[in-house]
Design a protein around this ligand. Structure first.
Ligand SMILES: [Zn+2]
Length: 109
């Protein structure tokens, strides 16, 4: 089994096996993160890694999963700033259970 050397922020370099490491790959960019539980301090370590590192880890036999980042709404930079009136309106909205329930129902589609 391939030995992988990684770094824990607390313990420094540690040696792992392919079974100790997991990779999460962004299906759009090919970049990803790898994670492992440090064998010395038991902390979970998560680090970003570029595509070539992802490829090396996967080719070594590390378990991986693909993911897609959610589509974030694009902010309207021309929209007026959120002010005290908006805050009061939002407070009134949150105080009305039927409005909140309706809004949550709308999110479910
Ligand atoms: Zn550690």
């Amino acid at each position: 089994m391939t030995t992988i050397r990684a770094t824990c922020a607390t313990c420094g370099d540690v040696e792992l096996t392919t079974a100790d490491v997991s990779v999460l790959i962004d299906q759009d960019s090919g970049d990803g993160t790898y994670s492992f539980r440090c064998p010395l301090c038991d902390s979970v370590v998560v680090k970003d890694c570029p595509t070539h590192t992802v490829d090396l880890l996967v080719s070594a036999g590390v378990h991986y999963a693909m993911c897609a980042l959610p589509n974030e709404p694009v902010p309207d930079l021309t929209a007026p700033a959120f002010d005290h009136d908006d805050l009061l309106e939002f407070h009134s909205f949150l105080a009305n259970d039927s409005l909140v329930a309706g809004a949550l129902e709308g999110l479910r589609g």
